[in-house]
Design a protein around this ligand. Structure first.
Ligand SMILES: *[C@@H]1O[C@H](CO)[C@@H](O)[C@H](O)[C@H]1NC(C)=O
Ligand SMILES: *[C@@H]1O[C@H](CO)[C@@H](O)[C@H](O)[C@H]1NC(C)=O
Ligand SMILES: *[C@@H]1O[C@H](CO)[C@@H](O)[C@H](O)[C@H]1NC(C)=O
Ligand SMILES: *[C@@H]1O[C@H](CO)[C@@H](O)[C@H](O)[C@H]1NC(C)=O
Ligand SMILES: *[C@@H]1O[C@H](CO)[C@@H](O)[C@H](O)[C@H]1NC(C)=O
Length: 282
């Protein structure tokens, strides 16, 4: 009797509470949305090889089924997500940039930097690549939000992910010129916003201002901070942004990066082809 009760409770639990939403291509070749399955005590979704299949819309009504699929490829972003990008290096605060969905990418892939971004001569000035990394906490919006207060903000959040805000400082700053940096050209190229590998449910992260965050380049730690140091926290950013811009279900917000980027260093070492950037909110 107790076992039957436990089984029913377990069945109920997996039908209602997803913890780590993932999108992936399974070994049957089909694409699924799922709730990632992890070993006990492991919180790193990139280790997950299996997921419970989710039917329906994770931004609305959905069901987590008992069907388990093995993953072969993580596909990352939803087609209908839109990327809004907050923040800038070092100060971790309110510059904004509305990015196209085409900048979103699955994690673990190469970041394409077209030749036009690598080498240009414009108006007699030779212009070189100055690629930089930014590790960021990504917020996924669950429900439409306009002009909401900070108290209401987290009610509109589905969950969180890790994001790599690929940044070309030449376009972002030098070409735009101060005081009007050109964020769109500096950050919006196709594939310049890898994120994932899962949307970790808000139920697992009740306080988004208590996460450590780091970035490594070729295995060397370059950024290592905590979201407690964000000048504006998630609730403030969501409320602030919604002041005049409707946030839609599926919008994602890159929330800015802590110190440790190359921008602002006396002798910056820009990323070059083949460098490996890792971002984590462990
Ligand atoms: C899924 O993976 C598990 C564990 O590795 C394995 O036992 C099972 O056979 C796999 N199923 C399919 C359909 O590939
Ligand atoms: C960059 O462009 C300049 C001018 O067109 C050219 O001389 C140079 O070889 C190019 N460098 C690379 C690395 O492509
Ligand atoms: C291009 O170069 C000319 C001559 O040096 C200069 O007068 C002009 O301001 C430059 N234009 C831009 C957009 O930098
Ligand atoms: C925004 O919300 C405030 C209350 O928080 C309200 O006074 C104001 O009228 C609202 N503005 C719009 C445009 O909805
Ligand atoms: C970040 O700093 C903490 C405290 O010094 C240290 O324990 C941790 O290993 C560092 N993380 C990385 C990725 O270097």
């Amino acid at each position: 009797m107790r076992i039957i009760t436990a089984t029913l409770l377990f069945g109920f639990a997996i039908l209602t509470h997803a913890q780590r939403f993932v999108r992936f291509i399974a070994t049957d070749g089909k694409e699924y949305t799922g709730d990632a399955i992890l070993n006990n005590d492991d919180t790193d979704t990139s280790h997950s090889k299996q997921a419970h299949v989710i039917t329906g819309d994770i931004l609305g009504d959905f069901k987590i089924t008992k069907q388990v699929k093995n993953s072969s490829v993580a596909t990352g972003a939803r087609e209908d997500t839109h990327c809004k990008n907050f923040g800038t290096a070092n100060v971790w605060e309110g510059l904004t940039n509305d990015q196209p969905w085409t900048s979103l990418a699955a994690p673990n892939g190469p970041v394409p930097v077209t030749s036009g971004y690598q080498n240009q001569t414009t108006n007699g000035t030779f212009f070189v690549s100055s690629m930089d990394y930014e590790s960021e906490l990504v917020v996924v919006i669950k429900s439409k939000a306009f002009n909401i207060t900070e108290d209401q903000a987290l009610d509109h959040v589905l969950g969180y992910a890790a994001g790599y805000d690929v940044s070309h400082r030449g376009w972002q700053i030098d070409r735009g010129g101060q005081p009007q940096p050109q964020f769109s050209m500096g950050k919006d190229a196709d594939g310049w916003a890898p994120w994932g590998p899962a949307i970790v449910s808000k139920s697992l992260i009740p306080d988004p201002q208590a996460l450590s965050i780091w970035a490594k380049v070729n295995g060397v730690t370059m950024q290592n901070d905590t979201t407690a140091n964000m000048i504006f926290g998630v609730a403030q950013l969501v409320s602030f942004f919604s002041m005049g811009i409707t946030l839609w279900p599926g919008d994602i917000i890159f929330t800015g990066t802590p110190s440790g980027v190359q921008l602002g260093k006396a002798n910056p070492v820009w990323l070059t082809n083949g460098d490996v950037v890792e971002v984590s909110l462990p």
